[in-house]
Design a protein around this ligand. Structure first.
Ligand code: BG6
Ligand code: MG
Length: 216
């Protein structure tokens, strides 16, 4: 069985972390405390609800259920404002070419992202038509490291989990891929993503053929 690729979105294909950060910081400031870029590192790959829980813990602030929901809506509104501006220039180095190389090998390609804004982002960066299946935060109920998002993607591609290669920049995402019984390539720092089969700093100058060779 030909292997298939499953890509995380934020931090793997597109650089959205800075917009999430700006929106969370604006929310924290509106609640009376600050939120640093350093703390933002902990939010990589973390769902919207879990991100807010973490930020409130850091700020020592409690919200009741209605305020919590309103805060999520406000943050997402600001985030949407920021990402309305983005375009293909925000695609991470080599990511678009890497995706094309997988398709050129006749491999199936899926998205496996926690984001509920994934389709909008793929439209804005003009990569929506590159995916055979899209599983995003609207389709899953369990956050990474639960394997649900990747198992659903494999199911939609009709490819067994053991034949899937996941590309992930977040620790929880690497664990989710492992929990799904998939191969996983970390994108970022090898020191951080030590549970990946191997780690690439980014996709620049690489094609799927290079990755397949590493697994051969
Ligand atoms: C992940 C991001 O991909 O999606 C997280 O790494 C983000 O930072 C999560 O919180 C949920 O995204 P959204 O767009 O649904 O708020
Ligand atoms: Mg990510």
């Amino acid at each position: 069985m030909k292997p298939a690729c499953i890509f995380d979105l934020d931090g793997v294909i597109v650089d959205t972390a800075k917009y999430h950060y700006l929106a969370w910081k604006r929310l924290a400031n509106s609640l009376g405390f600050d939120f640093t870029e350093h703390d933002n590192e902990q939010l990589k790959g973390v769902s919207r609800i879990e991100s807010l829980n973490l930020i409130l813990r850091l700020g020592g602030k409690e919200l009741d259920a209605a305020e919590f929901d309103a805060a999520l809506v406000r943050k997402n509104g600001w985030y949407l404002e920021y990402i309305q501006q983005i375009g293909p220039e925000e695609i991470l180095p080599g990511a678009a070419e890497f995706l094309s190389s997988a398709r050129a090998q006749g491999m199936k390609v899926a998205l496996g992202s926690a984001s509920k804004n994934a389709v909008l982002i793929l439209e804005r960066i003009q990569l929506l038509d590159q995916f055979d299946a899209i599983v995003d935060g609207n389709k899953v109920s369990k956050a990474k490291p639960d394997p649900e998002v990747f198992l659903k993607a494999a199911e939609e591609l009709a490819v067994p989990a053991s034949a899937c290669i996941v590309f992930e920049d977040a620790v929880a995402g690497v664990q989710a891929a492992r929990n799904a019984g998939m191969k996983v390539v970390g994108i970022g720092s090898a020191a951080v993503l030590d549970q990946a089969h191997f780690v690439l700093p980014n996709f620049a100058g690489l094609s799927i053929v290079d990755v397949l060779a590493r697994f051969a």
